[in-house]
Design a protein around this ligand. Structure first.
Ligand code: ADP
Length: 519
């Protein structure tokens, strides 16, 4: 059996010390490929951000590597409306509560990855997003919703949910699954636990009274457990109790151990630094590749970059920009939040658009303040700036195919997917040197042009001045040296950030953590 024993670890200090011991490999024959993957959103069933992409494509890639990986997700109304052929397991009681749940089993569309839906209608069968009500505010009972989700994840992990399936590893994702890690870690025989951090800023913080409401034992109420500045922190469940912490880029793994990026948790993460590493997310190149993309006007590739001009013309027409082959077309797609540096773009707009033949298209929905400021700016630069306040997958593809430069001045960026798409489409990214942007974009310099590794433009500080310096460097290069630009495009387009590469690295971590034995 691939269960681990934490014998003798009676208090937290002992457990922490236990974790520091050198792992001893043990046999996990027959069980080691069974992984339960817990997430609060999974593409295409339900998506609010990059986490949903990871929770779809990573399990699929791991399945291809031979893992018996199964996903568990709350049975939100939107998910129930989109799935068919559901197998229903009998209703069970969550131990020590009067809450009943059912497990429904389906598969990820276009795959054979099983998905268990935790069906508790009172908690999940409602309109709105997984986290927010229709008024845009957090659901008031999010602690109960994801607390119960955590309890059911634990039951499945221990093969106590009637599935007759016993995973060797629980792979948790973000705060919504933090309590599962904390609860499962208390068991003397249990699977290994990996906790993945997709965005440390979101922590699942609730009033201290929720310790009572969720009937969490006293041992969880201290600052070396789930207490966080007088509150209950779900994410600490993962950060304190998982056997291994993985975040979505090597650079972000280092950053979150510093006060500037640690969101108050850098001390804990430094304490757990030996267990923390970064693995980049991947791209599904079946969906995002200018050679095959069915959503774009003209396919193109390395030796036929002219196709990009056709896409540019088509995009200019579609969004109401002047049709001008010689304009430099800048683009931005995001949730329009401060994290994405949209304020730096807004501050720098006049400086960018005062130059002749510079255009800008932005696609996004998010912070109402930024939406209004963008619309007002578009009014001042008619024909040269287009704003589409929408979530629109097709337009996102057409922008990647038609624009010349992609702006991504994020204040922090755990991994980032949009710059990975930009690279593949030869839409040269201008990025702040942070997190996954550091790891995936190579700044253009005399040296990197010379050795043909340049793929974009980086800047250091989250200031309008640094951002504009990088933008002007890029625009000048575009104008003054088309052969250099085409070289950068070709290098960018050939970068590979496939899910298979990520999955192989996760598989390595799985093997290590499953074979650890702390007794
Ligand atoms: P995050 O997860 O922080 O939002 P990522 O860059 O990791 O940022 O992932 C964002 C994902 O959402 C990408 O797939 C991007 O194309 C998509 N996206 C964001 N905003 C929009 C939008 N308005 N329309 C279409 N797709 C969008």
């Amino acid at each position: 059996m691939a269960k681990k024993k934490f014998a003798g670890a009676r208090n937290k200090k002992a457990k922490q010390n236990a974790r520091k011991k050198t792992p001893v490999r043990v046999s996990t024959k027959g069980q080691a490929n069974k992984v339960l993957f817990a997430a609060s959103e999974v593409y295409p069933l339900i998506k609010t951000g990059g986490l949903a992409d990871v929770a779809c494509f990573l399990p699929m890639a791991l399945r291809d590597l031979g893992y018996d990986i199964r996903i568990v997700l709350p049975a939100y109304r939107a998910v129930l409306a989109s799935v068919h052929d559901v197998k229903v397991y009998s209703e069970m009681l969550v131990p020590d509560t009067d809450i009943r749940y059912r497990l429904l089993e389906t598969t990820l569309p276009d795959s054979d990855v099983p998905v268990y839906l935790v069906d508790i209608p009172a908690l999940y069968d409602r309109p709105g997003s997984p986290y927010l009500a229709e008024d845009g505010k957090d659901w008031l009972d999010n602690a109960e919703r994801f607390g119960l989700f955590g309890r059911v994840i634990k039951l499945i992990s221990l093969n106590q949910a009637g599935l007759n399936w016993s995973p060797a590893l629980l792979h948790c994702n973000d705060w919504h699954t933090g309590l599962a890690a904390a609860l499962l870690a208390q068991e003397s025989e249990r699977p290994a636990i990996i906790f993945a951090i997709h965005n440390l800023a979101y922590q699942g913080i609730f009033p201290y009274t929720m310790f009572d409401s969720l009937e969490l034992a006293d041992k969880f109420r201290s600052s070396d457990s789930l207490e966080f500045y007088g509150n209950l922190s779900f994410i600490k469940g993962g950060l304190v109790y998982a056997d291994k912490l993985i975040t979505v880029s090597p650079a972000y793994a280092k950053e979150i151990m510093t006060p500037a990026y640690g969101h108050g948790l850098d001390g804990l993460l430094r304490h757990r630094s030996e267990c923390l590493s970064g693995i980049l997310n991947g791209v599904d190149y079946r969906l995002w590749d200018p050679r095959y993309d069915p959503m774009i006007e003209q396919h193109y590739w390395l030796n036929d970059l002219h196709g990009k001009k056709i896409n540019k013309r088509s995009l200019q027409q579609q969004v109401g920009l002047q049709e001008d082959d010689n304009a430099v077309l800048l683009a931005h797609i995001s949730r329009l939040s401060e994290q994405k540096g949209i304020d730096l773009i807004l501050d720098g707009l006049a400086g960018l658009l005062q130059e002749q033949q510079v255009q800008f298209v932005v696609l996004g929905t998010g912070d109402a303040r930024y939406e209004q400021l963008l619309q007002a700016a578009a009014g001042n630069f008619a024909g040269r700036m287009a704003v589409v306040l929408d979530y629109n997958e097709v337009l996102a593809h057409r922008i990647q195919a038609g624009a010349d430069i992609f702006l991504m001045p994020s204040r922090y960026e755990p991994c980032g997917l949009t710059q990975l798409y930009s690279l593949r489409y030869g839409t040269i990214p201008i990025v702040r040197k942070t997190g996954g942007l550091t790891d995936t974009v190579v700044d253009t310099s005399v040296a990197t042009l010379g050795n043909q590794t340049a793929t974009g433009f980086q800047f250091h500080d989250a200031t309008t001045r640094d951002f504009l310096d990088a933008a002007h460097r890029a625009i000048t290069m575009y104008r003054s040296c088309q052969s250099c630009w085409k070289q950068i495009m070709r290098t960018a387009m050939q970068q590979e950030f496939s899910w298979e590469t990520s999955a192989r690295q996760y598989a390595g971590e799985y093997t290590d953590v499953i074979s650890m034995n702390f007794t």
